[in-house]
Design a binder for this molecule. Structure first.
Ligand SMILES: Nc1ncnc2c1ncn2[C@@H]1O[C@H](COP(=O)(O)OP(=O)(O)OP(=O)(O)O)[C@@H](O)[C@H]1O
Length: 983
């Protein structure tokens, strides 16, 4: 209620002013006249009028027992006896928000204090108090639960009730009441929610059976239309005179059992309403729609009901009314049909207002229900014995302020109605009697059944007890048996474990036995194999030894044969010598002896030819092997090594001695060299006063072989040997010397060494010397001397050069190719005495050539000889002394040796050395030097005179022997000079 109309009187309802602005209770003054009562903040506002008197007179419900069934109903005891009024503010629609912008709201809802403020301007506002005030944000659900649910539940208890929406067009009446919420269940309105609630409650109620039926009516211009039968003409509204129940005869009543039924029905009704409106040229807002819900409740099952239970059936009626728009005609400016409609609307709403006015009067008299069809339909459900909730909807727009105020004033008047609610009950005595009889019968039957059940139960109990006892016994027996079984199983398990352990042990021991047997067998087999291998090895060794001994024997035989031949040769030589001597001495005895000797010679020659043939065959075989090896070219190195070995063997085989290793510096005393006439203990090959180095590593000749010591026998033996060597040389003609020279360039030291040995051996033979040089051997050797660092190889190479230097023809080549310089250079690094011996030997041989004396001096070769006089090795000193002798012999005039100051060294060799060869050569050198007058002074100053005197005084034969041994010129000139000195 408005603060300005805090005591609205009945006068406010006038026939023409229904829906108009609220009137002041004091009569004529309008709210504006009270404008000095400015709106203040809510807390400061004067307290609004509450319908306390109406609440105080509210009657308690008569049927207290029913409350237990519908316990969820919210009761407002104060408002029970009157129309409950709520106001709901519609939210601004989108178009309205755009139009209004952010203008301050005109209507303000204060839900806490259930109040509506209508702001006229910034300072002035009207305040209206209601039972509830819903702001624009209020949900449909809350509107239903807080405001409508109590009416619905009271109808389910048998009361009549009405929920009615009243308000200006477009303020949300249909939304609040009739929204079906098809797309959004949260938008479902009061109609759907009410029916939902009724059906759910009916389903939950175990004690009652419900029948819910509907009729859907429309009131348009005082005509009642059935929306479920659109073709039907207007219906009549009648009233049962005995009960006062309003009846709408002819209206279709449809029983529903689900919300889906309801939705279908309402959809049909809505469609029909559209059709009807089109037919009537009406709009929804111009007509009232009434949904009439009848709820009949019967006791659920008569037969099972107790005496205390109710036997009454109830029937409640709920009217859900969506009223036409309440706007004033003047404002809507209606005319024609619209005007007519407005009049009828106003008629019905005015009639409603009048009824409300009359009902709200504390001493109600005549209620003008009959004034309109609307009020006639509402008569038994509105006011009086019915519960009524009126929700008034208002627009938030300022432009609708006047209509809003009018609507709110209508609500304020309605809130004054005091209801006299009365439950509608029908008591059916016959039914009651029948129900009581049935109840009694049921009780008797139940008693009998229970007695029988007890007896049967006791018997069963005894039976069960016996069974339990038996089971207990069985259980004890089973437990005992179980125990015994478990023990037996345990024993069996133990036995099994023992058995399995024994079995495992047995299998293990068997396996071990098998393994051990196999191991033993394997070891035996192994030993057997080892024995077999040992036997095989022994056999192989024996076989090897046998073969080796056979080979040794063959060699031995060959050697023996050689010895024999040589012995025969020596003997024949001797006999020939004797024969010649004899021939010479006898002068005339040639005859048969010579013939015999020749015969013998020819026999020997044949033997030699045979031997040569054998050698040639052997050489041929070697050549084939060599060619095969070269042709295959698979392993040149090994093949060449083998070839060298074979070649050396061949050389040795041709030599009277057997093959041996290379020159051994320590061979002195172990191996003897060939002895040549006058050469003393150490041998050398002599040629024209030169000395060569024989086949390297020669072994001594066999015992008893003839030695060429005697001048008479040397020629034949030498020839024989030379022939043999010549055969070997031929072998090289096959092999090709250049091949051997090529081997000197090998990286492998052994190959080089073998090759140079072969060359050295070949070079020891006069026949080969020129050939070797012509074939390029000198260059190969010099190349080796320049590049090689292995002293053994260098030593053999120097020996080879020494041998080649025996040939006068070679001596110039050696000097021209720089051989002297190479020897001098080698002497600086040579530490081994044998290498020194080879160097000294080579120089000594070259010293015998008078045409190269200056080169000997210039290259430092003579100095090398002088230096080597310091050596303690006889081999070396021997070559040095020989070099001095050769050099002095060739020199006609002042010798370079004197220039070098070598006289003391020579004197030293001649006087102090005990080795005869050395002494003799030194003495000979002194003699040669002394034989030239230019040297006499030097001889004298060197102190050599004594030595020369000593030589002169010596036994002539001794010196003679010495002189003849050192055969250089074969003359006695060296002997004559001492004689001169002596004289
Ligand atoms: N509480 C609300 N929340 C949201 N929208 C609403 C609300 N109330 C009304 N509306 C909207 O306002 C518009 C008018 O509502 P509605 O048709 O229910 O008014 P009405 O009073 O029934 O009009 P009429 O008298 O012409 O039938 C509708 O679009 C409706 O959806």
């Amino acid at each position: 209620m408005s603060s300005r109309s805090s005591s609205p009187g009945r006068a406010a309802f006038g026939s023409s002013s229904f829906g108009g602005a609220p009137r002041n209770s004091s009569g004529g003054s309008t709210p504006r006249s009270n404008s000095n009562q400015r709106s203040r903040p809510t807390s400061a506002r004067p307290s609004t009028h509450r319908p306390a008197s109406a609440a105080a007179t509210a009657q308690p419900e008569r049927s207290a027992t029913k409350r237990s069934v519908l316990s969820s109903a919210k009761e407002d005891t104060k408002a029970d006896g009157r129309v409950r009024v709520a106001v709901r503010l519609r939210p601004m629609l989108e178009a309205e928000i755009k139009a209004v912008g952010d203008a301050p709201p005109t209507i303000e809802i204060e839900p806490e204090v259930k109040r509506v403020l209508v702001k006229r301007d910034h300072w002035d506002s009207d305040s209206y108090q209601f039972d509830m005030a819903f702001p624009e944000s209020t949900s449909q659900r809350r509107v239903f639960e807080e405001f409508c649910q109590p009416v619905v539940e009271s109808c389910m208890k048998g009361y009549n009730g009405t929920v009615m929406a009243y308000g200006q067009t477009g303020t949300g009446k249909t939304h609040t009441l009739g929204n079906l919420g098809l797309t959004d269940p949260s938008q479902r309105g009061i109609v759907v929610r009410s029916l939902d609630h009724i059906l759910a409650t009916a389903e939950a109620d175990q004690e009652g059976k419900y029948e819910v039926s509907l009729s859907y009516l429309q009131l348009y211009m005082e005509t009642v239309l059935d929306l479920l039968q659109p073709d039907k003409d207007g219906l009549n509204i009648t009233e049962d005179p005995s009960t006062g129940e309003v009846l709408c005869s002819g209206a279709k009543v449809v029983v529903i059992s689900s919300t889906a039924d309801l939705i279908n029905l309402l959809s049909v009704g809505e469609n029909n309403r559209v059709v009807a409106n089109q037919k009537l040229n009406a709009t929804s807002s111009r007509s009232h729609s009434v949904l009439l819900v009848t709820i009949r409740r019967l006791p659920a099952d008569t037969s099972s009901m107790g005496l205390t239970q109710s036997v009454t059936a109830t029937r409640g009626k709920l009217l859900l009314v969506d009223l036409a728009g309440s706007e004033r005609i003047s404002k809507s400016g209606s005319e024609g049909q619209m005007l007519e409609e407005a009049k009828f609307i106003n008629l019905s709403l005015t009639a409603l207002g009048k009824c409300i006015n009359a009902l709200s009067d504390s001493t109600p008299g005549h209620i003008p229900y009959r004034d309109s069809k609307l009020t006639r339909i509402l008569k038994d459900s509105f006011g009086g014995s019915a519960k009524t909730s009126l929700i008034i909807t208002v627009s938030p727009l300022k432009t609708h302020l006047s209509e809003t105020a009018s609507t709110l004033a209508f609500g304020q008047r309605a809130i004054k109605i005091e209801n006299n609610t009365r439950i509608r009950e029908e008591v059916d005595l016959k039914l009651l009697n029948r129900r009581l009889q049935a109840e009694l019968d049921n009780i008797n039957i139940s008693y009998e059944r229970q007695t029988t059940q007890i007896t049967e139960g006791e018997a069963k109990l005894a039976q069960v007890s016996a069974t339990i006892e038996g089971i207990e016994k069985q259980k004890a027996g089973v437990e005992k048996q179980l125990l015994a079984d478990r023990e037996a199983a345990q024993r069996t398990l133990d036995d099994l474990r023992k058995e399995s352990a024994a079995a495992v042990a047995k299998v293990k021991s068997e396996l071990e036995g098998v393994i051990s047997q196999e191991k033993q067998a394997f070891q035996q087999e192994l030993e057997k194999k080892n024995q077999e291998i040992g036997q095989l090895r022994t056999g192989a060794n024996e076989e090897l030894q046998k073969q080796s001994s056979t080979a040794s024997k063959q060699i031995q035989m060959l050697q023996e044969s050689n010895i024999e031949i040589k012995a025969q040769l020596a003997a024949k030589d001797a006999s020939l010598f004797e024969l010649q001597k004899h021939v010479q001495s006898q002068g005339d005895v040639k005859g048969a002896a010579v013939a015999d000797a020749r015969k013998e010679m020819s026999h020997l020659m044949e033997k030699l030819a045979q031997q040569h043939k054998q050698h040639e065959e052997e050489m041929e075989r070697q050549r084939v092997v060599l060619q095969a090896a070269e042709g295959a070219n698979k392993s040149l190195k090994e093949e060449n090594q083998r070839l060298m070995g074979q070649l050396e063997a061949a050389v040795s085989a041709n030599d009277p001695a057997s093959p041996a290793e290379g020159p051994d510096p320590g061979a002195k005393g172990k191996k003897k060299f060939w002895k040549f006439p006058g050469s003393g203990s150490r041998s050398s090959v002599k040629m024209n006063g030169q000395e060569g180095f024989p086949a390297v590593g020669s072994t001594p000749p066999p015992e008893g072989s003839s030695t060429p010591d005697s001048a008479s026998g040397s020629r034949g033996t030498w020839t024989q040997h030379r022939d043999a060597v010549s055969a070997v040389s031929k072998l090289f003609e096959h092999v090709g010397l250049t091949t051997v020279f090529g081997l000197l360039k090998y990286d492998d030291r052994d190959v080089r060494l073998h090759a140079v040995k072969v060359i050295a051996n070949l070079a020891a033979e006069e026949e080969n010397q020129v050939n070797i040089v012509q074939e390029g051997g000198l260059e190969a050797l010099f190349d080796l001397l320049q590049t090689c660092t292995d002293e053994m190889t260098l030593r053999v190479a120097a020996g080879a050069v020494a041998n080649l230097a025996m040939s006068e023809q070679n001596q110039h080549r050696i000097v021209e190719e720089g051989g002297l310089e190479l020897l001098v250079k080698l002497s600086t690094s040579a530490v081994d005495s044998q290498t020194q011996r080879m160097i000294a030997g080579a120089i000594a041989n070259l010293c015998g050539n008078a045409t190269i004396l200056d080169r000997l001096q210039a290259s430092g070769s003579l100095q090398v000889l002088v230096n080597l006089t310091n050596s303690e090795q006889v081999d070396v000193l021997s070559q040095v002394a020989r070099g001095f002798a050769n050099n002095s012999k060739c020199t006609k005039g002042k010798t370079h040796l004197v220039e070098l100051g070598a006289l003391p060294a020579i004197l030293n060799l001649a006087s102090k050395t005990t080795v005869p060869t050395v002494r003799k050569h030194a003495m000979l050198a002194l003699c040669q030097i002394a034989s030239c007058e230019v040297n006499v002074a030097a001889i004298k100053s060197s102190g050599a005179l004594d030595m020369l005197t000593e030589i002169a005084n010596a036994e002539w034969d001794e010196f003679k022997s010495m002189a003849s041994t050192v055969t250089i010129s074969g003359k006695r000139s060296g002997v004559a000079f001492p004689k001169m000195l002596k004289a």
